[in-house]
Design a protein around this ligand. Structure first.
Ligand SMILES: Cc1ncc(C[n+]2csc(CCOP(=O)(O)OP(=O)(O)O)c2C)c(N)n1
Ligand code: SF4
Length: 699
């Protein structure tokens, strides 16, 4: 057994590798992303023999995971927050399909607005009621061990329910701790290959169904409920067996009790802040205060009987939830504790506490305060309030927006952005805003443009943060609303990254194009998911290094070709499509003006240098972008009413090696690779020239 220092996400990835997962469906979202990046490294280095699906979004990712699991392959997927919500249609279906060979890592992060990136249980708890076995890890070692245990639990034929393992963002995902890596042989002994039941197999055909008569469906629901209850014993057994094999257990598998004996007040926690609560208990015990702790490890199934047992000898529970239930009578973990105890003849007093949400730090001193309050309540015979927020909160509401000062109105686009040095995205956005002017509403999607784009660079024009897949749909809604209110001249402009527009947002974009909605859509194409740390997108060029297409010992860089977004948009027959580049600003301005003069759906696809992701110094950004055009790797053209026209025509195309050689992401290319890329570039350029010739008469 090797002991190594690693982040929580790496520990999780090792757990997945050691479980010999056979199919991985992945999509980036912070703070989950590095987990699937580590897995991409394992696969491309040949350390894990798995099919790795680089999905187009979490909706597809969940469907891919379901499909894979239905074949009987051990399957892994992971996400959090908005990704969890986007995959929800699949998430709620997995338990009903009884796919115990599917595990989902939920690297918890706030869901919805107001959002955030740090720890919060609001995402996973939305899937509380569907039949997932939902286990929470407190620290790195527990995360790794629980990943391995989860397949043993889910694949047990008495359970056959998917497992979700919660490991909090930042506190676990990104911090580093010492972790014991179990030997593969021991894991193989502990976790034998899955023996599937009812799989998709052409030799033995069957059709899994989720539809039937109401009675059949209610019956299926009842089976899920019973299987979930049965899982309690299996979780406990697996915990014991794990201890026998690896020398570590986690309480009784469902909960971990800490100094509960003789305690008047018991704190109840779930997740990473348990360590702080444990310290608070130690500190208070030193002062002779009778305080204990229960860590909920299995949120579903809920350890009802354990709470009833502990309640026999306890005067008060203080239950801390890392999620709230707006307008409810309590908070999510407290609801279950209270339900578990309600029918007891005598039960302890209980306080629900909402704390640590949106990543707010809650330390051992805070837990000590909460426990002391519990002790006082025991003396008094009750809590003053059933539900409290801790720490005390200020109401943050402001419904009157003050008028904008004149001098601010004048400075329409101002200097400075939160983006990296040399970022093409900011240049593109500034050019669009300055050209389109004030009578415009701008929509951006999550990504570098969403975080450091229009709303950080301009004041005095409308704006709307679209979600990642819904950018085009948001723009359409705004346009229709404005039209209905008589504001027909206002431009509605969507600016999106290549990933959000071209992958998960493409359905909405294609819908807008098909209906010829009167909006301008542009993509600043930095050729990857840059904001989440350089993962491949559909637009990433073939063979490029990214963090999910690493250059490994076995597979080197992205294997699929670039998705030709401008050509696909042109195929919709919309009135105007163009390509442009951040290195050719006058040309870009002309194309924006032209697009805005046309009624209907317009699309501009703009090359956007990203020194951080493409790996070159910021001062080279424009030079490299020009090389993209001069080598033919970024042809500049427009398509007006079906007619193609090359708008920047280099006298002679330079060799592609000049462009590729300037970037670290292509450093690994061999002579053969370069030759291949040279050939496809020439072919594609020639194809474009042919299109130009063929469609000339349409002009
Ligand atoms: C449904 C959903 N899944 C995942 C994410 C995480 N996410 C935020 S930004 C981003 C990258 C977007 O890439 P792109 O559109 O190419 O813009 P860039 O970051 O390159 O500017 C991702 C995957 C999200 N916000 N929502
Ligand atoms: S990662 Fe790239 S696209 Fe994002 S802000 Fe930095 S330079 Fe711009």
């Amino acid at each position: 057994m090797a002991r190594k220092a690693m982040t929580g996400n790496k520990a999780f990835a090792h757990g997945v590798r050691l479980s010999r997962v056979q199919v991985i469906a992945s999509y980036p979202i912070t703070p989950q992303t590095t987990l699937v990046e580590y897995l991409a490294d394992f696969v491309n280095d040949g350390d894990l023999d798995a099919e790795y699906i680089r999905s187009e979004g979490e909706h597809g990712m969940m469907a891919q995971a379901i499909g894979a699991a239905q074949t009987g392959a051990r399957t892994f997927t992971s996400t959090c927050s908005a990704g969890f919500a986007y995959g929800f249609q699949g998430i709620v279906s997995v338990p009903g399909l009884r796919l115990g060979n599917l595990m989902l890592a939920n690297i918890n992060r706030p869901l919805g607005a107001p959002g955030g990136l740090q720890a919060d249980h609001s995402d996973g708890l939305t899937a509380r009621d569907w039949g997932w076995v939902y286990l929470y890890g407190e620290h790195h070692q527990e995360i790794l061990d629980t990943a391995i245990q989860s397949y043993r639990i889910g694949e047990d034929h008495r359970v056959l329910l998917p497992t979700m393992v919660g490991g909090e963002g930042y506190y676990i995902s990104y911090t580093t701790d010492l972790v014991d890596l179990p030997e593969q042989e021991l894991v193989d002994e502990f976790l034998p290959p899955y023996e599937p039941v009812g799989v998709l197999d052409a030799d033995n055909p069957m059709s899994p169904t989720v539809f039937g008569t109401p009675e059949q469906m209610m019956g299926m629901k009842y089976s899920i409920h019973q299987a979930s209850l049965r899982a309690k014993e299996i979780i406990k057994d697996v915990n014991v067996e794990f201890g026998e094999t690896f020398g570590r257990t986690y309480g009784n598998g469902l909960i971990e009790e800490y100094r509960v004996e003789g305690a008047d007040v018991v704190l109840v926690t779930m997740g990473s802040f348990t360590g702080n609560a444990r310290k608070a208990v130690d500190d208070l015990r030193k002062d002779g205060k009778k305080v204990g702790l229960v860590k909920v490890r299995s949120f579903r199934p809920f350890p009802t009987e354990d709470f009833q047992r502990i309640a026999e000898d306890t005067s008060a529970f203080v239950v801390v939830s890392r999620h709230d239930s707006a307008g409810g009578a309590g908070a999510p973990v407290g609801y279950d504790v209270k339900s578990a105890l309600y029918n007891m003849d005598e039960r302890p007093i209980i306080q629900d506490v909402v704390s640590g949400i949106c990543g707010v730090e809650i330390g051992s001193d805070d837990f000590a305060i909460l426990a002391e309050r519990g002790l006082k309540a025991v003396e008094r015979g009750g809590f003053e309030e059933d539900l409290v927020w801790y720490p005390n909160m200020r109401i943050m509401e402001r419904f009157e927006i003050p008028p904008m000062p004149e001098e601010v109105k004048r400075s329409f686009v101002y200097p400075g952005t939160g983006a990296c040095q040399g970022c093409g995205m900011t240049l593109v956005w500034k050019t669009v805003m300055e050209t389109a002017g004030r009578d415009s509403v701008y929509v951006s999607t999550s990504g570098c443009g969403g975080w450091s784009g229009p709303h950080t660079m301009c004041i005095g024009t409308g704006g709307s943060g679209g979600n990642l897949p819904g950018g085009a749909a948001t723009a359409v809604g705004i346009k229709r609303g404005l039209v209905k209110l008589g504001k027909t001249s206002t431009n509605v402009i969507l600016g999106s990254g290549d990933g959000s527009f071209g992958d998960m947002g493409f359905m909405a974009a294609s819908g807008a194009a098909e209906r010829n909605e009167d909006i301008l859509m542009f993509v600043y194409d930095n050729q990857a998911y840059m904001n989440t740390g350089m993962q491949r997108s559909g637009a990433t060029p073939r063979l490029a290094w990214t963090t999910t297409t690493p250059v490994g010992k076995v597979v080197r860089g992205k294997q699929a070709p670039t998705k030709p977004l401008p050509l696909i948009m042109a195929a919709h027959g919309i009135p105007y499509v163009a390509t442009a580049s951040a290195a050719y600003i006058p040309d870009l301005k002309r194309k924006i003006r032209k697009a805005l003069s046309i009624k209907g759906c317009k699309y501009i696809h703009i090359y956007s240098p990203c020194p951080t992701g493409h790996r070159y110094p910021p001062e080279k950004a424009i030079e490299v972008s020009r090389l993209a055009v001069q080598t033919g790797m970024w042809p500049m053209y427009e398509v007006e009413n079906g007619a193609y026209r090359i708008t920047v025509r280099p006298k002679e195309l330079k060799p592609v090696s000049e462009y590729l050689g300037a970037q670290g992401r292509f450093r690994h290319l061999t002579e053969d690779d370069l030759e291949g890329l040279q050939e496809t570039t020439q072919e594609e350029y020639h194809h474009l020239e042919l299109l130009e010739k063929l469609t000339k008469e349409k002009l």
